[in-house]
Design a protein around this ligand. Structure first.
Ligand SMILES: C[S@@+](CC[C@H](N)C(=O)[O-])C[C@H]1O[C@@H](n2cnc3c(N)ncnc32)[C@H](O)[C@@H]1O
Length: 449
């Protein structure tokens, strides 16, 4: 491919390259008749579709001309394909520069010159100089190197499809001259594969193997805030054991054959509630079901995820843990409060307030916490916030420190109540705040007002 054929082509490459040797424009891209000029030799042919192909570029030279936004977008896929990438450009965006610094590509800091495509299998022509692009295109044509052009799709010998990947499947879409439509089709297919609405059965490894359990962090409640992997595993489950918190709306979308069990309603008789949940997970996995344990936020942030994983491991049941977006960060964020902010807070501490500060079961050193200057994020604290605020003030935190209480964050019912450490105990009662709520204490609350 990259080696010019003997004779004419070679002479052309080394010598003066004609403006272009490309074959005619695609009929599908025809201009209106008044702009067409001379009838084109191919104008009478029906629209010619591009021929789709997957290039295996590992170890093969790919030349990228121009280090701007186009290169920045395309380079990661070329690098991921293992291509031997040579970038020729006097300048590059910071991201492209970082790829060169990381040794992911070789960067020649100069303008394009004839001969740069020697030995290339594939080229991306995207300089900001139209003349250089034309010359490079002609060189590519002469050397039989497939080339994409960012400035002139017509002049290119290859087009980049809109691509996406999901679980080892590459989706590539070409629609002719409508990149937005290509991207929209690509998004629809990738999304469908990810959430299971496009049935594409895995013939090798199912997403959740029968007899195993996936502990999935469902995020704070908004169904869009579960991870892609979590959603895919959910779509592959036979049995879902779900908490009260988390993306309940997603359960409605599950096919009718999926058994959905409300964790709060598992009868626990002689067991503790958590033991009963563990027992249910073990029972369904042992029955050969693909089980998803859907939890609110992240499974390992006050989620008892590790206890469940250990109980399953004791029975030899394989467990996958899928992290989730914790309410401790996302709920303040949804209310406009950043847990850190430059010049305001360099730290945030996440605490459980489910037992009062003077309770012997408390593992929190509230006196030490009161000395911290950064953000405090309290979970499970609605009931005890009065005592907690009073303890913080007693140990030195300013009574005027701003506080925000966010109930049912990221859901349609989200509400926020503002207070100070001095007033929060009363404000919560006045406003009838109920769990679940996240309480944020610190100057970031004022930043996010
Ligand atoms: C048992 S903890 C579980 C936390 C979860 N694993 C996480 O990472 O978000 C439950 C507490 O999380 C907080 N929480 C969870 N979802 C919430 C939401 N949507 N809005 C407000 N608070 C929430 C509340 O403080 C609630 O009492």
């Amino acid at each position: 491919m990259g080696v010019p054929p003997p004779g004419e082509a070679k002479g052309r490459v080394r010598g003066t390259i004609p403006p272009t040797t490309r074959t005619p424009r695609r009929v599908g891209y025809d201009q209106p008749p008044d702009q067409q000029g001379e009838p084109h030799p191919m104008a009478e042919q029906p629209a010619l579709a591009a021929y789709p192909v997957g290039l295996r570029l590992a170890g093969r030279r790919v030349v990228v001309l121009g280090g701007g936004q186009v290169a920045q977008r395309r380079l990661p896929s070329l690098i991921a394909a293992g291509a031997d990438v040579v970038l020729v450009s006097p300048s590059a965006t910071p991201s492209v520069e970082a790829m060169a610094e990381a040794g992911e590509l070789r960067w020649e800091r100069r303008r394009y010159r004839e001969g740069d495509l020697d030995g290339a299998w594939y080229a991306l022509i995207s300089t900001d100089d139209p003349e250089a692009n034309r010359t490079a295109s002609a060189e590519a044509e002469a050397r039989r190197v497939w080339a994409v052009r960012s400035d002139d799709a017509e002049a290119a010998t290859a087009w980049t499809p809109a691509t996406g990947r999901s679980e080892g499947v590459t989706v590539a879409v070409l629609t002719g001259q409508d990149p937005r439509r290509s991207a929209a089709v690509r998004d629809a297919v990738v999304e469908g594969l990810r959430d299971g609405t496009i049935a594409a059965p895995h013939h090798r490894e199912p997403a959740v193997r029968p007899g195993s359990v996936a502990l999935v962090g469902g995020g704070p409640g908004d169904p869009d805030l579960i991870t892609v992997r979590g959603r895919r595993l959910l779509a592959a489950a036979d049995v879902v054991i779900a908490d009260r918190l988390g993306p309940r709306d997603l359960l409605d979308e599950l096919p009718p054959h999926v058994e959905v069990i409300d964790a709060a309603k598992i009868p626990y008789g002689r067991f503790m509630a958590q033991e009963a949940i563990n027992a249910a997970l073990i029972e369904h996995a042992k029955a050969g079901k693909a089980v998803v344990r859907l939890k609110g936020g992240d499974p390992f942030v006050f989620g008892r995820g590790k206890e469940e994983a250990e109980a399953l491991a004791e029975h030899g049941i394989p467990v996958t843990v899928v992290p989730g977006i914790s309410s401790s960060i996302s709920v303040p964020g949804a209310a406009g409060i950043p847990v850190t902010h430059r010049g305001v807070a360099h730290e945030f501490t996440v605490l459980s307030g489910h037992v009062a500060p003077d309770d012997p079961r408390s593992l929190v050193d509230w006196a030490a916490v009161a000395k911290l200057r950064g953000t405090l994020v309290l979970l499970m604290s609605v009931e005890k916030i009065g005592a907690i605020a009073e303890t913080l003030v007693r140990h030195g935190r300013d009574a005027e420190t701003p506080v925000a209480v966010i109930q049912e964050g990221t859901t349609a019912a989200q509400r926020r109540v503002d207070a100070t450490l001095a007033t929060v105990g009363e404000r919560i009662k006045e406003e009838g705040i109920r769990p679940p709520a996240v309480i944020v204490i610190g100057d970031v609350v004022a930043v996010g007002r």
